[in-house]
Design a protein around this ligand. Sequence first.
Ligand SMILES: [Fe+2]
Ligand SMILES: [Fe+2]
Length: 293
Amino acid sequence: MGDSTRTTSGGIESVAETVARFRERFLEKISAGSFELPVLPEAASRVMQATADENCDARKLAEMIQRDASLAGHVLRIANSALYAPTTAIVSLQQAVSRLGMKKIKEIALLIATQTKVFKVPGYDAQVRAIFKHSIAAAAYAQEIARRRRWNVEDAFLCGLLHDAGKPVLWQLLADVQRELKLGVEPSLVEDVLDSMHAGVGAQLVESWKLPERLAETIAHHHRPQEASNVAQAAMMIQFADDLAHFAAGPREVTEEQLRAHPMIEPLNVYRDELDALLAKKQAIATAAETLL
Ligand SMILES: [Fe+2]
Ligand SMILES: [Fe+2]
């Protein structure tokens, strides 16, 4: 964008005025909820329902996934990835289901849905891929923190995976508003809007997918855990996992020193040996996130 732009009414406006006009429209759309929430693909939503049903057995679930060739391929790819690191290769869906269990299959179905439906914004591929990689790392770390506390590991994984899912939704809206106003605005000029609004938008996405309310609440508060009365522990865990994920896989630089002095260490009761173990997972988690891209 140059120093000035011609408006649709023919007048000339400064860059600052253009950005202000853009921000106003962008914020207006966010607060009115005028953005598109990606839908959970049919196959993923069937898997979610089936895994919630006590009567569903492994064979039925494998058959259901098999019917969707693309989902089946992705499930096998992810089941064999560094994230689950099977000791011997998983070659069939039946094997994937029986060795990983229903909960992991549900995680994988959501991971695929997220990767293929949410983290896809034409024109912003690099930014969105970076957030997806960060999200996998956050999911892996959250799971690790939860496991050591005997908290719900599945919830932790899903919250980590989806904590920043509001960002790609807002990137898409950013692209749409640019088109609508026929403006090209440097994304960095509105990045603060994404930073401040993505948690709420992510929570709306999770609600629209009919995931448990506690997940939406945790995501809504992941940058302000002190305000999350019902899910404070989970929100603190995600905030810590978020920074650990930046440390392992970017995109923001977080140092070991910063993590050792992290404000969540005390409330989460993270002892030194646990922190050492989490930090030592840096490379493994970075690799797991990288190989899923
Ligand atoms: Fe965030
Ligand atoms: Fe994050």
